[in-house]
Design a protein around this ligand. Sequence first.
Ligand SMILES: Cc1ncc(COP(=O)(O)O)c(C=O)c1O
Length: 276
Amino acid sequence: MRERGARRVAVEDPAWSAIPDTVTQAGLEPVAIPVDENGLQIHELEHNDLDAVVLSPAHQYPTGAVLTPARRAELIAWARRRGALIVEDDYDAEYRYDREPIASLQGLAPDCVAYVGSGSKTLAPGLRLGWLLVPSHLVGELGAQHAITRAMPSVLTQAAYASLLERGEIDRHLRRTRRRYHARRDILIDALERWLPEARVGGASAGLHLMAWLPDDADEGAISDAAISRGVAIHTLHRDCTVVGPRPPALLLGYGLIAEQAIPRAVCELAHAAAL
Ligand SMILES: Cc1ncc(COP(=O)(O)O)c(C=O)c1O
């Protein structure tokens, strides 16, 4: 994008830090655009002289907000008007619990959306397996860049994944794990209601983590340190994400790796850690 003359790229605020860091590393300027309960505030893209936007519309990381249909339409109209690229980070939408899966932006506007998917949540992050679907006019340049970076997972891993896909094993795996994670999520929400009622749960409709928003005077970092000394590892909003505008403290609670029966005890330990 930089070679094509791009300079400024909108990123979500708050964001998974790897996104603004990657934009900076590419020699581009990340421009933080706030997220609310309806996802990225699209009207803020105007008048910011942007060449692209990177966002996670299906389950914003970390807040879990879902970009509303009206904002999706607004975003695509903005990108077409401006000739800007939308990078759709669809990192965990396979896991959606309370409603039907949401269609991708890429399906609505293949001419201006680059779709990025990952096997990190559905299989394992250690596989380093991901995929890109880009507008056709970018395929040649992307191929040329790829020939230089040669950043790709092992061909064996790719072939194994393709075979799992063809045989329907990925779909079966998703159906099985969706039930398992759904149960864990419900147990986590119940345990939070019981042990940590002052936390407001958000972003729990999809993915493998939820947000527990805390009262303004809570000290996220101290809670996280106290929790780890009690054997519970958690992420926090301000420590583990890039946050530009003012936000209350919050904990990011992942349930991808914890057994159902361990969740209530972990939340009980967390509540002790929060009662500093
Ligand atoms: C917001 C977000 N995007 C993308 C990814 C996927 O990254 P990768 O495929 O490099 O593991 C993650 C993984 O944690 C993520 O949190």
